[in-house]
Design a protein around this ligand. Structure first.
Ligand SMILES: CSC[C@H]1O[C@H](OP(=O)(O)O)[C@H](O)[C@@H]1O
Ligand SMILES: Nc1ncnc2[nH]cnc12
Length: 287
């Protein structure tokens, strides 16, 4: 089997990856607009990699302004089959200490419907399965890689995705905790949905940066605190990517690559031409 191309979406504090050879900066346009920034392609220990900073270089885009569809489409155009997302998150559990790594296996949506989170619509209806929203195989590889590089890892956990950009109120934070969530962030859910529709594996390395605002006796989350934790742990995040890339590229034993096989409801002989063109990259194999 040919090696899979690995995409990395860098979050807060991760605007480049190191150690790539044969580096190229690629400007891409998509039917869904421009991605957050130019994508970087290169080779890491023999593995083809594509990197994109989610908020753009210089951190210019709000969580609700990130062009999620364009980002995932651009990765697909470059042949990416597996995406490693790197994100800063708040911890909603005492035992997830700032500096720990969480590999979430569930998401809970508290965004406000402002983000385009599907490639479907305009004449084509599809419903992908999303009960298990991340790739289990890629998640296991990330957990193994994080352990290998010496991080404290929590494998599994629920990531609640809020709209932001403000952090939560204390009442919200306490209520989220009562719902059983483990970590809180603002970005990952639209990406996971779109990656599934694009038949790309998706899994997250979440770095706990703070205790949000629920934990009496600890400072409430602030950008300053988040950045300080990221600074101390960015090398760990880079080491995890490096350790995971080879393992992730070697096999793809999951079902992510056929997520659309039974998902499309529309009689495809009736697709509007513009929709067929817009979704050609995703749907052609089924038409
Ligand atoms: C700087 S704290 C809030 C910010 O950090 C997280 O971003 P990302 O997931 O891209 O690392 C969080 O979701 C917020 O966007
Ligand atoms: N407490 C928090 N809430 C939302 N997003 C975050 N990203 C990092 N910490 C966060």
């Amino acid at each position: 089997m040919a090696q899979a191309v690995i995409g990395v979406i860098g979050g807060s504090g991760l605007y480049e990856i190191e150690g790539l050879s044969d580096v190229k900066q690629v400007e891409i346009d998509t039917p869904f607009g421009k991605p957050s920034d130019a994508l970087i392609t290169g080779v890491l220990d023999g593995v083809k990699m594509v990197f994109l900073p989610r908020h753009g270089r210089g951190h210019r885009l709000l969580p609700s302004e990130v062009p999620y569809r364009a980002n995932i489409h651009a990765m697909k155009q470059l042949g990416v089959e597996r995406i490693i997302s790197v994100s800063a998150v708040g911890s909603m559990r005492e035992e997830i200490v700032p500096g720990h790594i969480v590999i979430p296996d569930q998401f809970f949506d508290r965004t406000q419907g402002k983000r385009a989170s599907t490639f479907f619509g305009e004449g084509v209806v599809g419903h992908v399965q999303f009960a298990d929203p991340v790739c289990g195989d890629l998640s296991a590889i990330l957990a193994q890689a994080a352990t290998e590089v010496g991080a404290t890892v929590h494998q599994g956990g629920t990531y609640i995705c809020i709209e932001g950009p403000n952090f939560s109120t204390r009442a919200e934070s306490n209520i989220y905790r009562s719902w059983g969530v483990d970590i809180i962030g603002m970005t990952n859910l639209p990406e996971a949905r779109l990656a599934r529709e694009a038949e790309i594996c998706y899994a997250t390395v979440a770095l706990a940066t703070d205790y949000d605002c629920w934990f009496e006796g600890h400072d409430d989350v602030s950008v300053e605190a988040v950045l300080a934790t990221i600074k101390q742990n960015v090398a760990t995040a880079r080491n995890i990517i490096k350790a995971a890339a080879g393992l992730a590229a070697a096999t793809r034993p999951c079902a992510c690559e056929s997520a659309l096989q039974y998902a499309i409801m529309t009689d495809c002989t009736q697709l509007p031409d513009a929709t067929r063109d817009r979704l050609a990259l995703l749907l052609d194999k089924y038409l």
